[in-house]
Design a protein. Structure first.
Length: 71
């Protein structure tokens, strides 16, 4: 699902910015790409989470969230 979010959202956003005569620079594209993967962040095997965060940090975060949810 992450690849679909990446391709569709990035393509649509860049197209809309181009139609609006917005200057498309490398930082703008970087923000668009990262933002396109945010809808997928709640998925355990998401493209953004699995490539950016180490597994040990994810397990620690899961443990903290489960502990906080118990209270």
């Amino acid at each position: 699902m992450g690849r679909a979010h990446l391709a569709i959202s990035t393509g649509v956003t860049i197209s809309i910015l181009g139609l609006a005569d917005y200057k498309i620079t490398v930082p703008v594209v970087a923000v668009i790409v990262v933002s396109s993967l945010h809808p997928d962040i709640d998925e355990p095997n998401s493209l953004l989470v699995s490539r950016v965060l180490p597994t040990s940090l994810l397990r620690l975060l899961q443990g903290v969230l489960i502990t906080l949810a118990a209270f």
